[in-house]
Unconditional design. Structure first.
Length: 604
């Protein structure tokens, strides 16, 4: 092993879709195709970055393990139905493979520390590899206090401790790339352990490698329980596994994405922190898990929501932290260069204080799906749901920020539809759960009032479509939920007209859709096609009897996945590049729901 300069420290940023996801259901790491972990927050998704190069530049740190010479992977994949990532490069006359995973459990219990296991192995001929271990904690890129015990390395920042153990007698220095030669039959295993307010541990690499095998068996057992009759089952399983990796196990709350400030417009200002929980997005995931035979995930989320909303109930916050607290105030990080120069880099999220009526509809609909699956609500859960419905009945006439979180409140038609859904599903639950007669009557009156107002103020006869806001001619792709609600018959000309108008009027080419007419949100710049909307269109087509078209569109959308089957929030229609925070829980949940809609659509 020798030290020396290494081109990785000045390597250009990788495309977002080049990144793979490692996760332990508490935090996640993004790994570039060259073996660089360029994003990893500790001790959980919304913690401080330990490796932040993705949006913080070289000064924010990385952990690269890969070929010393520049090389493009010849194969990159997840081991089937697991969270283990394999990357293979052809280097000279040999092949170098990096096998890695972040380990979640041992013997059915969460590990007390986060473990990342990374093994380099060679075939055919020895291969020169590099290890660049450069941890820099937080927004100020703090370097650690370093201790050694033989070749084992320990780094300390107050209550946070990180250890790096290797299977060979390697001397790794933080911030100094080390060159190593990997011979056939002589793999090298590295184990990164992160302890927060826990005693620092050093992990035997051989034991950690065995634990990786146990982790794979656990994931295979989990995925084996997923409905085997699903169309596009492999893609659905990968999405569900991704959603599970992005669910914070201590609270069972799904994070929207593990990243902050990956841009909706490269070089622009549309850069937001998504490392929090949107009850709306989480509820969509609940319905997806329920529909494939995973009720525990749904039950866990509803328990979290009951706990998280208790201090603000009956109001439903637009978003919360992983443990149900208020999201930090949005602030910008000076000096952080951003991904491809996209500044500002932000932490916290200003949407936390918004009134978003649609969230109530998604949450109560998830509760209804739970009841439909034969799982009655606990009395306290039903009390919370009744409170949410009461808020909708009282406040539905007020303008809100809507699903797209615009800064200027308006009378969003989609929000009204979801208000209708909240009351309708609450009334359905009330058929089997106790409720006062006066409360039921109030919900009925409000639901009927919403129906009348949407039909009179939210429909544009000229376009034969429902529109984005009262009196507007703008379309809104969120209205693709209309065929799912049963407010109007799926045979209604209004429903089909809305689906067709959105498909044509918001097209970004092929199967891609914009959320609304580009540039109509009061922010500078523009954005890409919003990927969940395309899967919502698949759902709408399937529900309105156009199964063949839905299948064709679903197949087209699969072509836009990353090489590892992952999706960001958006896609640049001009270049096909994935943009926005990544991977996005909402996109993967929408993919699952689209596949379920195809499954349930009549053939013919």
């Amino acid at each position: 092993m020798t030290g020396g300069s290494d081109p990785t420290s000045v390597r250009p940023p990788a495309p977002i879709s080049d990144y793979g996801l490692l996760g332990d259901t508490r935090t996640a790491a993004l790994v570039a195709a060259d073996g660089g972990i360029d994003w990893f927050c500790v001790p959980r998704f919304d913690g401080e970055p330990l490796f932040g190069r993705l949006v913080g530049g070289p000064e924010a740190g990385t952990f690269r393990v890969g070929p010393a010479a520049s090389a493009t992977p010849v194969q990159r994949r997840y081991r089937r139905h697991t969270a283990t990532l394999e990357t293979t490069w052809a280097v000279g006359g040999g092949r170098l493979t990096l096998t890695e995973a972040m380990l979640a459990e041992v013997s059915g219990r969460l590990l007390p520390t986060t473990l990342i296991v990374r093994r380099l192995s060679a075939e055919a001929a020895p291969v020169d590899a590099v290890v660049e271990f450069d941890p820099r904690l937080g927004v100020r890129h703090r370097r650690p206090r370093v201790h050694r015990r033989g070749p084992a390395l320990a780094c300390q920042w107050g209550a946070l401790a990180v250890s790096l153990d290797t299977s060979e007698d390697l001397t790794i220095e933080p911030g100094r790339p080390a060159l190593i030669r990997i011979g056939p039959g002589r793999p090298v295993t590295l184990v990164l352990a992160v302890a927060y307010r826990e005693p620092l541990i050093h992990v035997d690499p051989g034991w950690a490698w065995e634990l990786l095998g146990e982790d794979e068996e656990r994931w295979r057992a989990w995925t084996a329980e997923i409905d085997g009759s699903l169309p596009f089952r492999e893609e659905v399983v990968r999405s569900l596994l991704t959603m599970r990796l992005l669910t914070y196990s201590p609270s069972r709350a799904p994070v929207a994405a593990p990243t902050t400030s990956l841009p909706e417009e490269p070089g622009g200002v549309r850069n937001w922190d998504y490392r929090y929980v949107w009850p709306r997005d989480a509820s969509i995931g609940v319905s997806a898990f329920l529909s494939v035979g995973k009720p525990d995930e749904a039950r866990g989320f509803l328990a979290w929501l009951l706990h998280a909303s208790r201090l603000q109930r009956p109001r439903l916050p637009a978003l919360l932290t992983l443990d149900g607290r208020d999201v930090p105030a949005e602030r910008e990080l000076p000096g952080w260069p951003g991904y491809l120069g996209s500044v500002p880099v932000r932490i916290g999220n200003g949407a936390a204080g918004q009134h978003q009526l649609d969230g109530y509809g998604w949450v109560i609909d998830a509760a209804w799906a739970f009841v439909q699956a034969g799982q009655p609500l606990y009395s306290e859960t039903w009390r919370a749901v009744r409170g949410f419905a009461d808020v909708v009945a009282r406040c539905w006439r007020e303008p809100d920020a809507g699903i797209w979180e615009v800064r200027q409140p308006a009378q969003h038609v989609h929000s009204k539809l979801m208000g209708w859904l909240a009351l309708d599903r609450a009334l359905r639950i009330a058929d089997t759960h106790p409720i006062r007669r006066r409360q039921r009557r109030r919900w009925l009156e409000a639901r009927d009032g919403i129906t009348a107002e949407i039909r009179s103020s939210g429909f544009n006869p000229t376009a034969a479509s429902y529109v984005r806001t009262y009196g507007s001619a703008d379309l809104d792709a969120a209205l693709l939920v209309l065929p799912l609600l049963e407010m109007d018959s799926i045979e209604s000309p209004r429903v089909r007209g809305t689906v067709d108008a959105i498909r044509d009027g918001l097209s970004a080419g092929g199967p891609l859709l914009y959320r609304y007419p580009p540039g109509r949100d009061g922010l500078p710049g523009t954005e890409g096609a919003f990927l969940p909307c395309s899967f919502w269109l698949v759902q709408a087509l399937a529900r309105t009897g156009r199964r063949a078209e839905a299948i064709e569109m679903f197949r087209a959308m699969l072509e836009y996945a990353s090489p590892l089957g992952l999706y960001a929030e958006e896609l640049d229609p001009a270049t096909g590049a994935q943009i926005g925070n990544y991977p996005q829980t909402l996109t993967h949940a929408a993919l699952v729901q689209a596949a379920l809609a195809i499954r349930d659509a009549p053939v013919g």
